[in-house]
Write a protein that binds this ligand. Structure first.
Ligand code: NAP
Length: 283
């Protein structure tokens, strides 16, 4: 058993409590059309189950999936058997991924069908958190489809406990946060543009989840998201600490709006090390 354990903290006023690090599960379900630095194989069931047990032992109780993450939801149903109540599950609506291609449907009808399908795949009768999986047109999606209203109705009916949107723009993030429980935004050492959304969440008690906290792994290689390798001089000019993961954790948790950073690792050593560095940043 590891001797480090993350705390769990109230998630806005949803009644949920989540760990400041969440487990992202893209890499449990999909290895096509992803922007990670290295190719990888999907872990087998034993490896995935061990990873989930390890995460739980480290205090992680928050797991993020989506219909767009290939077979991630279908795998999590059986993988979480017998431990459903130990986890806060977040899934999404709006993006589908079939035959290696993404497509989007933000209509209320699709939203309801998608959640009913996720409930079956995840072997549960209520999903803790559901986010709109934006294609980038955040404001249009909210205004044209009334999707946040549909999610509010599904919450009222007890199919989900909390809802929000994974956004890609400041305007969309602010609008989504104003009309839901939470948002998921990109925030890392290389990409800070959505910080005003975090400021809003901190000031208004909204949940804020971070995606791509390590720039999808490029941070670890001192690379920009484009894959451009940062020069030695540029690295030398950066502030201490030089460990890019510790520096990322310090950066993330200095912002009072950050509820949880969802990190998508399938490497057990990275998982323990990330939690340990998050603990250090939080204390
Ligand atoms: N639109 C959306 O809603 C959206 C978009 C993107 C992501 N997300 C969610 O956010 C999660 C995280 O995003 P992400 O996976 O794109 O990015 P991320 O968490 O920034 O990076 C994950 C990558 O970083 C590597 N990594 C993790 N810890 C490391 C360490 N200590 N040292 C070196 N490399 C390390 C992982 O490789 P190893 O497996 O080798 O550790 C993996 O390739 C996803 O899994 C998903 O749940 C949501």
């Amino acid at each position: 058993m590891p001797n480090i354990m993350l705390p769990q903290r109230p998630f806005a006023d949803t009644g949920l409590s989540i760990s400041p690090i969440g487990l992202g599960t893209v890499k449990l379900g999909r290895n096509q059309g992803v922007k990670y630095p290295n190719r990888f194989e999907l872990p087998d069931d034993k490896t995935a189950s061990d990873l989930i047990s390890q995460a739980k032992a480290l205090g992680i109780n928050f797991i993020d999936t989506a219909p767009a993450y290939g077979i991630s939801e279908e795998r999590l149903g059986p993988l979480l058997a017998g431990q459903r109540h130990d986890w806060v599950i977040c899934s999404k609506v709006g993006e589908e991924f079939n035959g290696g291609v993404s497509s989007f449907d933000f209509t209320p009808e699709h939203t309801r069908r998608s959640i009913e399908r996720s409930l079956k795949r995840l072997h549960t009768d209520c999903i803790d958190m559901v986010l709109v999986h934006s294609d980038g047109n955040d404001v249009e999606i909210i205004e044209r489809y009334g999707i946040l209203g549909e999610l509010a109705e599904l919450k009222r009916q007890g199919l989900i406990r909390a809802f929000g949107m994974s956004t890609k723009t400041v305007e969309g993030g602010l609008l989504a946060a104003a009309h839901s429980d939470c948002v998921m935004v990109t925030y890392n050492l290389n990409e800070r543009g959505e910080e005003p959304v975090l400021d809003y969440c901190a000031a208004n008690n909204k949940g804020a989840l971070i995606k791509k906290a390590l720039a999808s792994g490029h941070i670890a290689f001192n690379q920009e998201p484009s894959g451009h390798i940062v020069t030695r001089n540029k690295i030398a000019n950066k502030e201490q600490p030089q460990d890019p993961i510790q520096k990322s954790m310090d950066f993330l948790f200095q912002h009072p709006g950050v509820s949880s950073a969802i990190i998508g690792t399938i490497n057990p050593e990275h998982l323990t090390s990330n939690v340990s560095k998050a603990m250090k940043a939080l204390t």
